[in-house]
Design a binder for this molecule. Structure first.
Ligand code: TMP
Length: 213
């Protein structure tokens, strides 16, 4: 049986990584084979591309170059990590996927949706997760949380507030357009509270596989 593919999306500091870990633990406790991964990255080649994208000056790349790099990384991630895991029946949880390119490079940097859809079709054939959990938080709150993390991977965090406000709108728009795949989760509460909302959505969608999770 082929596995299931779930993505977590959202702006900076929305708690995606924490929620991904909590969901992975719950699914493993339920006896499932779970693989956790992230974008950009998730395979040795894509992790190398990640460094080009998340480090350095905000103006280092224009929007189109960024989109090409993200899709090069995504294609490698799918080939080396995601598809092999799905083929053996694992549940793959990814911290970001293609919606991030539409939100960041599309809504954030102003790249045309039709162009990004063409690039997506070319690079990954329109492949999408079974479920996408969009964690939503007022932008200033998310940026404040993200600023507390520090480290060299701050290229996107340093882009201006209006950039981050646009991409939040982008994620909400994606969720409105694809309600069958996407669920918006209010990420303002404490992690346990948000986790319960995530579990509720996952159970509604995949209840038959989650008897004990
Ligand atoms: P992370 O901080 O969630 O690990 O993601 C790294 C950064 O890359 C984050 O600021 C969002 C950005 N990003 C894009 O701009 N486009 C994409 O397609 C992806 C996957 C991430």
């Amino acid at each position: 049986m082929t596995g299931r593919f779930l993505s977590f999306e959202g702006g900076e500091g929305t708690g995606k990584s924490t929620q991904l870990r909590l969901l992975a633990d719950a699914l493993r406790d339920g006896g499932l084979d779970v693989v956790t991964t992230r974008e950009p990255g998730g395979s040795p080649g894509a992790e190398q591309i990640r460094r080009l994208l998340v480090e350095g000056e905000p103006g280092r790349w224009d929007g189109m170059t960024e989109a090409l790099l993200h899709y090069a990384a995504r294609r490698d991630h799918l080939r080396a990590t995601v598809h092999p895991a799905l083929d053996r029946g694992a549940w793959v949880l990814t911290d970001r996927f293609a919606d991030s390119t539409l939100a960041y490079q599309g809504w954030g940097h102003g790249l045309d949706r039709a162009l990004l859809e063409r690039l997506d079709a070319l690079a990954i054939g329109g492949f999408r997760p079974d479920i996408t959990l969009v964690l939503d938080l007022p932008t200033p709150q998310g940026l404040a949380r993200a600023a507390g993390r520090g480290g060299p991977e701050d290229r996107y965090e340093r882009m201006d507030l209006t950039f981050h406000e646009r991409l939040r709108e982008g994620f909400l728009d994606i969720a409105r357009r694809e309600p069958g795949r996407c669920a918006v989760i209010d990420a303002a509460g404490d992690p346990d509270h948000v986790h319960r909302s995530v579990l509720k959505v996952v159970r509604e969608r995949f209840g038959q596989f989650l008897a004990s999770a």
